[in-house]
Design a protein around this ligand. Structure first.
Ligand code: FUB
Length: 512
């Protein structure tokens, strides 16, 4: 443990000189102030919260959204597009994969398919997809801007013997954008999701659903790479073999089909359609008892827009006896709807099969939260606010932080303390992330402290603090890495930075 001697008197002398106080006054202050030891110390940190992706094999930060999880034996494979845009438009050249056996430790498995290796696809449009295992082969249903077909988004499929690829595209779109003639945009044909099930008569059905603004549904042949001629009239006809369904409430895109299983692994109850709702995208679900009927009954909104991304995208899986709800946000530095990362929460169905509201959290299923309360009894809290549906409200910067917000919920006072963003290997460095506004951190901003997203990727120092033994002689104090010699404090209900010469209980905290 490193010790550093710090004289409050010396600081007073320097400050007084700077502001033109008389030499006599400064000398007086030196005499009054005692010498205090600044002792960097290590506190417990949360190592396993959200996001669960955002790194490559060397640990370098990378982005990727549109999660699609596949359970294969004892492993969950998680596929994402690779977001590489530096501005606010999509640049997604490839799909990458992560894997886990315990939903805690995730391994980057690398790139499994590149858009440039799909002959008909634009090189930078590896949009949302889903990998499905069928008869020991892995089918990667994709969507991309088509180089042909008037440049419309189209649905593709690539095949592999391994969940880790390489996947080989079939050489043409599985469903061309121009095939769905009720189009309202050139990107109606995106976001494929697959469901395979044998009905009560022993007939297997292989369903493919997709769509932005529209919700399309068809069945696939046993080859999994062609649309089924449902009425066996020798041709695939839009409206008969591929159906444009009535969309559930405020359906935007990102459909994900799911059904619950009983303890014997048998499907039961309605089908669930999880989807992106409205704009900025919330997540919602609908149910029905027959996928081709399109008789969707709205279930409700289950997640509000995330604090950091305009889109969201659900993936729901059962693994080792639990159901997981996987989605994306922009919670890493410089994150946004164009630089996304994947998060996970547990989904526990209500007894009647309803999906309860799910909070986007910084901690996910394995992180830890703490409260941070000053020795004067002020609990570090951010002001309560709903994430806006208006793009203009983002990124959230300078959100009020303090202790005196009358309507704040308990969750607004919960924090995930993570390794410090400025240097994750420095044991004495921490960052303090909001539990219910992931990607929003306690930020030292000169005199004050606020809650902000690091929307430019340049806030790592202002969002990192050195933990030191409490200046009041107990507890913990947080020294700003950006403003050395300044400590996080709550004074008169407001989070601020102080130099430690005032009431030391303001800048000394109990963490529980
Ligand atoms: O990644 C591009 C598009 O953003 C996806 O296809 C949509 O679901 C949205 O997340």
């Amino acid at each position: 443990m490193k010790k550093r001697l710090f004289s409050f008197g010396l600081v007073f002398l320097m400050v007084a000189s700077c502001f033109g106080c008389s030499k006599e006054k400064a000398t007086e202050e030196v005499a009054k102030n005692e010498e205090v030891e600044i002792v960097p110390t290590t506190i417990e940190k949360s190592e396993y919260g959200n996001p669960i992706t955002g790194f490559d094999a060397s640990g370098k930060m990378i982005y990727g959204g549109d999660p699609a999880a596949l359970v294969d034996g004892d492993t969950v494979y998680l596929y994402t597009g690779h977001d590489t845009a530096s501005n606010e438009s999509y640049k997604i050249p490839e799909w990458q994969c992560y894997s886990t056996k315990d939903m805690k430790n995730w391994k980057y498995e690398g790139v499994v398919l590149k858009a440039k290796d799909i002959s008909w696809a634009d090189d930078n449009s590896a949009w949302a997809g889903q990998v499905f295992k069928y008869n020991d082969k892995y089918y990667f249903y994709t969507c991309s801007w088509a180089n042909t077909d008037e440049g419309k988004q189209s649905i593709g499929v690539a095949v592999s013997d391994s969940p880790l690829g390489p996947f080989t595209d079939i050489g043409q779109p599985l469903v061309k954008g121009s095939f769905t003639t009720d189009e309202t945009s050139t990107w109606n044909d995106i976001d494929p999701t697959v469901w395979v099930e044998t009905d009560a008569n022993g007939v297997e059905h292989r369903y493919l659903a997709w769509g932005n603004g529209k919700l399309y549904m068809c069945e696939l042949n046993e080859d999994m790479t062609s649309v089924k001629d449902i009425d066996s009239d020798g041709q695939i006809i839009f409206g008969k073999d591929v159906i444009s369904q009535k969309t559930p409430n405020s359906y935007t895109e990102a459909p994900w089909l799911y059904r619950r299983k009983d303890e014997n692994g048998k499907y039961y109850g309605d089908y669930y359609l999880f989807y992106a709702y409205g704009w900025r995208e919330q997540l919602a679900y609908a149910t029905c008892d027959d996928l081709m009927s399109g008789n969707w009954k709205f279930g409700g909104v289950i997640m509000v827009p995330t604090a950091t991304s305009d889109t969201n995208h659900p993936s729901v899986i059962d693994f080792n006896g639990k159901t997981y709800f996987i989605y994306h946000n922009g919670s890493l530095p410089k994150g946004s709807g164009y630089r996304r990362v994947v998060c996970v929460e547990e989904l526990v169905f209500d007894d009647d099969g309803k999906v309860p509201y799910i909070t986007e959290t910084a901690t996910g299923i394995n992180g830890e939260t703490w409260t941070i309360t000053s020795l004067n009894g002020d609990k570090l809290t951010h002001i309560k606010y709903e994430n806006s549906s208006s793009d203009g409200s983002y990124p959230y910067l300078g959100v009020k932080l303090g202790s005196d917000f009358k309507n704040a919920a308990d969750a607004d006072s919960l924090w995930q303390i993570t390794p410090g963003k400025a240097d994750k290997n420095n044991d004495n460095y921490v960052s303090i992330e909001s539990y219910n506004k992931p990607g929003m951190y306690v930020t030292a901003a000169g005199k004050d402290c606020n809650l902000s997203q690091d929307s430019t990727g340049s806030a790592s120092k202002s969002q990192t603090f050195i933990t030191i033994e409490g200046l009041a002689g107990e507890g913990i104090s947080f020294e700003s890495v950006k403003f050395k010699g300044k400590y996080l404090a709550i004074v008169d209900g407001k989070a601020t930075l102080v130099d430690g010469t005032g009431d030391k209980n303001d800048c000394t905290f109990v963490i529980e």
